[in-house]
Write a protein that binds this ligand. Structure first.
Ligand SMILES: Nc1ncnc2c1ncn2[C@@H]1O[C@H](COP(=O)(O)OP(=O)(O)OP(=O)(O)O)[C@@H](O)[C@H]1O
Ligand SMILES: [Mg+2]
Length: 459
């Protein structure tokens, strides 16, 4: 749904993310620019450089959240990677390309799951057929009359026809019972294909892909497919067989083809901590490899073809969203070529109590709603007075200022602490309505808040 207009995208983001209006706008523009570029006439299209974006801002203010949400809105494959990972010891140039492979792998899995879900109705029928095969004794000895007849006339056709009719009747009857769940508790013996031997899992694929094969697949092919006979209840067997049938119904070639297309046309790669691959000073040593990572990134961001075990993937239209705090360094410290590939820059503001108040209450997935829903499962109805929410927000701001500013993440630790007793006692509580008011919040959090050392540990 790349066709969403920027304004529509921002409106949808508003339902989940408080404030950060400028960042929402810029991300929406970046996404729209990609779509525009895809629709420009071919000869000019290649002249237009990708318009990637860098989100600048302190921790916990919604950078990742905005990127993730927009990818969901646009139904784009999304992969988040810490850019700093590539500067770690043992880093080799080609590893940077692994982000594209990982994105593809993720997308394939996603599409596969989706296809399997779509295949469920058909798989259910096939599974039922297989169950019926198992439940109906196959070679039931034909009644004596038939045997006689066959001995007499040698008319094979009539001999086989009659019992089949009988059994197809029984089969339909049995099928009905199976559908109605009347056979669920019966025992059956089912051939289930075993999982690949755990030993194989030891080998990872890292660094193998370039060689053009997948160790696991290769070994898996060598090992005998082990099917095991297992005894189980019909309802268990049904689920297993549905899974198996759904898997074999999915056309993996098609899934892979679609996944590659989806990644190429609408993939989003989120490069977190991009500031960590930017050298801060002229020091030798690790900085060399940082710049190396930037150079390795360049072709991918610019648009190149990355080899994967499923075939080449073009990155020309993949959208890269960089994110970082950029405390001491600036985007202009990046190598010039890379700067040019991230022309959209936007700064996110740090959050204060007004935002926290809204973050607690407003988003579709707001924290308060989450806790209410969790406790609802135990029959406990949790509610918050308005001044309680105000107080939580104010305390969050205060603790952030006094210890470390971790943005909205502070709300998570505060809420856990605040509700600890209720979360512990919920199953045994006789009073099923709990109202959290200002006093409750202060009682629970004040002492900790005021003791700086304590709050460093607990909040
Ligand atoms: N503006 C906001 N509106 C709603 N929720 C927010 C906002 N900012 C942060 N949050 C919440 O705070 C948490 C952390 O946010 P997020 O992961 O986006 O941080 P970040 O900016 O990527 O930080 P970091 O630099 O540490 O990765 C998430 O659970 C998110 O839902
Ligand atoms: Mg983040």
């Amino acid at each position: 749904m790349d066709q969403l207009k920027p304004a529509e995208m921002v409106r949808k983001l508003d339902k989940y993310i408080i404030g950060q209006h400028q960042a929402k706008r810029s991300v929406a523009i970046a996404l729209r620019n990609r779509w525009r570029r895809q629709n420009v006439k071919a000869e000019l299209r290649d002249e237009i450089a990708p318009k990637n974006i860098i989100l600048i801002g302190p921790t916990g203010v919604g950078k990742t959240e905005i990127a993730r949400r927009i990818s969901l809105l646009a139904d784009s494959p999304f992969y988040k990677v810490e850019a700093s990972k590539f500067t770690e010891v043992g880093y080799v140039g080609r590893d940077v390309e692994s982000m594209v492979r990982d994105l593809l792998e993720l997308t394939i899995n996603h599409l596969k799951t989706r296809a399997q879900e779509e295949a469920q109705p058909k798989a259910r029928e096939l599974a039922e057929d297989r169950l019926l095969d198992i439940l109906l004794p196959k070679a039931a000895p034909p009644p004596r009359g038939f045997q006689l007849k066959s001995a007499n006339a040698g008319e094979n056709a009539s001999v086989t026809e009659a019992p089949q009719e009988v059994s197809s009747n029984t089969r339909e009857k049995l099928r009905r019972m199976l559908k109605e769940g009347k056979l669920d508790e019966r025992d059956v013996e089912v051939n289930v294909s075993g999982r690949s031997t755990p030993m194989v899992e030891i080998f990872s694929n890292t660094g193998m892909e370039e060689m053009g094969f997948n160790f696991k697949d290769m070994l898996g092919g060598l090992l005998p497919k082990n099917t095991k006979k297992r005894k189980m209840k019909v309802h268990q067997a049904r689920e297993i067989l549905i899974q198996e049938e759904a898997q074999s119904l999915v056309d993996m070639d098609k899934v892979v083809k679609n996944a590659i297309e989806k990644v190429e046309q609408s993939g989003i790669i989120f490069l977190d901590e991009i500031d960590k691959i930017v050298g801060s000073d002229g020091r030798q040593g690790p900085d060399v490899s940082r710049e190396g990572v930037q150079r390795d990134l360049l072709p991918i961001v610019e648009g190149s073809s990355v080899n994967t075990k499923y075939g080449p993937v073009k990155t020309d239209h993949v959208l890269f969203i960089g994110a970082g705090a950029f405390h001491t360094i600036k985007p202009s410290d990046m190598i010039p070529e890379l700067q040019g590939r991230f022309p959209i820059r936007v700064e996110l503001s740090s959050l204060g109590k007004d935002e926290f108040y809204l973050i607690l209450k407003e988003p579709r997935n707001a924290l308060l709603l989450q806790y209410q829903a969790m406790l609802e499962t135990e029959g406990v109805t949790l509610s918050f007075t308005d001044d309680a929410v105000q107080t939580i927000a104010a305390i969050a701001e205060e603790v952030n200022a006094r210890t470390e500013n971790i943005g909205a993440r502070r709300l998570h630790t505060l809420m856990e602490r605040l509700l600890e007793d209720i979360l512990f006692d919920a199953p045994d509580m006789t009073e099923k309505r709990v109202v959290i008011d200002k006093k409750y919040v202060e009682d629970k959090l004040k002492d900790i808040k005021e003791d700086e050392d304590l709050s460093r540990y607990i909040l």
